[in-house]
Each structure stands twice: as C-alpha cells, then as structure tokens.
Design a protein around this ligand. Structure first.
Ligand SMILES: *Cc1c(COP(=O)(O)O)cnc(C)c1O
Length: 385
C-alpha cells in the first residue's frame, strides 16, 4: 500500500515510552514531562493582538503570496540587521515558511535527486535525515562527538561522501546536545562548502535562546556564507510561537528560489494574520524575549545543580532549552529513560532517538515550571543512580 519511501523512515523509537507514560498517567501517577521541546510560556500579548486585528480584515482572508508578505520579509531583514548585523534583500534573500520544519523538509526536494547524498549530523533534529529519505536522497551520518564538543570533524568525513554530497545540514545552537559555536566554526564550514561544492542548510531556531553573555552567531555572518548556503530561523522558540507555524529561510537567493519553486507546488503560504503576528513579534517590544531568558536561565541552573546532585554527568549549556546528560554506565538510553519514568515519573528523551551517535545520552528540556523541575530533581536524587 505504501510507497517505499515511507518504509525507509526509521521506526518510531519512543512508542514504548509513550505507552508507559500514558499508562502511568491513567493510574494517576504524577508525571513530570521533561521530554518536550515546546515553550510552556504564552506568546506575548501584543503579538496575539496584532493577529486578532489582522484576522478581522477581509484582505487577509484570501490566499497569501507564496513567498510571504513583503512587509513580513522586510521585518525579518530588519531584525537580522539589528540582531546579527547581516544585511538581507527582503525581496530575494528572505522566504517565509510555515514554520522552519516545513522549509527544512521541502528543501531536500529542491536540492536532492534520487540517490544524492546529504551530510546529516548525528545526533540531530530528526527532520534532516527523514526529509532526505522522503526525497529519496541518502543521508550520510556525520557524528557529533563529545571530544569535538558536538561539532563535526570535517576531515574525518568519508571522502567519497564529501565528493558526492550536495547539501549539508547544521544546527547551532544545537538540539539535542545544546552545543554552541563561535563564528570561526562557520568560517571553516564556508571553506569546506566552497571547496566541495556543497550547499549548507543551517538551522538556527535557538539563535536568541542564549545565556551568560554568549551570543549565537548566524551562519551568514561569515564572508562568503551567502554564496554557499541558507539559514532557517523561526519565531517558534524566540517568541513562544510554536503553534502559530511561522518561520523563514534567508541567504543565497538561488537556493531560496529552488525552495520557493517546490513550495509553490505544495502549499499556498502562511495566513496573513499570522504574518502580521510575526511582524509584531520581530518589530515590536523585545522585553518578552529577555523575560523568557531569565525564566529559562533559572530553570537551567536548578536542573543543572539537581542533575549534578543526583550524580549525573552533564554540562551547563550556553544556549537552547535543553540539557544533554550522560546516562550512567551500563545503561542504554532507552532503558535509562524507562527507569526514570517507572521509578521517578520523570520523562526524558533517549539520545538514540536523535541518531545512533546519541546513544549514551538523554535530553532534558526546560519547558516546565521551576517548581516541577525542582520536584523532578528531588525524585532523581532519591533514586540514587
Ligand atoms: C524546534 C525546532 C525546529 C522547528 O521549528 P518550527 O519553526 O516550529 O518548525 C527546527 N529545528 C530545530 C533544531 C528545532 O529544535
């Protein structure tokens, strides 16, 4: 019944955890879910109000343009100029997306033919690999190891794969490892891309979720980056807007043209009232972003200290709302996650779910209140791991 591309997708690894989570909830067990990467805080009110106003305007009830309202794309360009000191042509170098995941998934259809190679980090956000498989491409795994601070070792990638690769996915600040890089890292990537004629697709949804004075560079901040790649960004994590479905791709205009061409045949753009909300988010008061960061920072510190006291090995992240912790020796990540669920009612994401190289780790997220995080830490300490 199904096309082969469906059966090429990896099995869903969290079925057992989902099942046990549901069973536990049914039994009335108090579950603390630290597995979700979805902000629990609401979208700031001025953004919601802008959407409500725009939703009442009949002009917005018709099909939007494929590439997004120029006013939204101008707001993106102005925001990138202000935040990352990068100048973008709103007409040709910004493309509106139905959330960045949509653009990531459709980009493989724009750039990969049957059997073409995509370099995909491992562990990683699963869409890179799965979108490659859906486009009948071949994902070539690039391991991110602790020794390399979860950045790819470009020299060690198989030479044949590098020669054949058409695109490479990257994501810093990183989900799930919380790794953060400096601009010099992107310089190496631009050289690599140029040397081997590989298009870089950098995914940057955590660009504003940074702590302790760290600022996340845009891939496009490096000279020549615009010649070799594009960057995805999103309003989801920065403005607590995961449910709204709005993001964008910026950078190389030819690559964006390819992505746009795929999209014109698949979707019909983003509801303009949502784009109006996006404009309000990008151009309006940014106090909400700062307030968010203070909340995440407090949660991060509580969870970090708690995990340490519970005997776990973990680094304090400079960015993202995740902590990437080592599982105690002798455990596989799924077994350890099930143990935390069964014995502490705490749900985490097993590292193997992000790729083979994620084995040996679990991901904790900071998307529940500090009270719940404290409670989770107390339960873990009592576990005596
Ligand atoms: C959350 C997330 C996304 C998805 O963002 P949307 O704009 O909501 O689609 C993309 N990439 C990574 C790495 C993420 O963690």
């Amino acid at each position: 019944m199904y096309a082969k591309r469906i059966s090429s997708l990896p099995p869903y690894l969290f079925a057992e955890i989902d099942k046990r989570k549901k069973e536990a909830r049914k039994k009335g067990i108090d579950i603390i879910d630290l597995s979700i990467g979805d902000p629990d805080l609401p979208t700031p009110p001025h953004i919601v109000e802008a959407a409500c106003r725009a939703a009442k305007d009949p002009l917005n009830h018709r099909y939007p343009s494929y590439e997004g309202m120029l006013s939204f794309r101008e707001a993106v360009a102005a925001w990138y100029n202000r935040r990352k000191h990068i100048s973008l042509d709103a007409e040709d170098e910004v493309l509106t997306l139905i959330g960045s995941k949509e653009g990531i998934a459709h980009s493989t259809f724009a750039f990969l033919d049957h059997g073409d190679i995509a370099l995909v980090p491992d562990p990683a956000y699963p869409a890179y690999k799965n979108a490659t498989l859906l486009a009948n491409g071949i994902p070539h795994s690039v391991p991110l190891t602790e020794e390399n601070e979860f950045t790819p070792d470009l020299e060690s990638i198989d030479k044949e794969a590098v020669r054949k690769a058409k695109i490479m996915f990257l994501n810093y600040p990183n989900n799930p490892t919380a790794a953060a890089v400096e601009k010099s890292f992107f310089k190496e990537i631009v050289d690599f891309a140029r040397d081997h004629d590989i298009a870089i697709l950098h995914d940057n949804p955590y660009s504003e979720l940074t702590f302790d004075g760290y600022e996340a560079p845009s891939f496009l901040a490096v000279d020549g980056a615009k010649d070799v790649g594009i960057e995805f960004n999103s309003l989801s994590k920065t403005y607590n807007m995961t449910g709204w479905r709005i993001g964008y791709a910026i950078g190389n205009s030819d690559l964006l043209k390819g992505l746009r061409l795929v999209k014109t045949n698949v979707d019909s753009g983003v509801f303009q009232a949502v784009q109006a909300a996006g404009i309000a988010a990008l151009t309006g008061p940014q106090g909400g972003v700062k307030a968010n960061l203070a909340v995440y920072k407090e949660r991060r510190d509580i969870l970090f200290d708690g995990l340490k006291s519970a005997g776990m090995e973990v680094k304090k992240p400079k960015a993202t709302f995740y902590l990437w912790a080592k599982v105690p020796s002798g455990f596989l990540s799924i077994r350890f996650s099930l143990l935390l669920l069964d014995r502490a009612g705490v749900v985490v994401t097993p590292g193997i779910g992000f790729g083979d190289a994620g084995e040996g780790f679990v991901r904790f997220s900071l998307c529940v209140s500090k009270e719940r995080i404290k409670e989770a830490c107390e339960r873990l300490e009592r576990l005596d791991i």
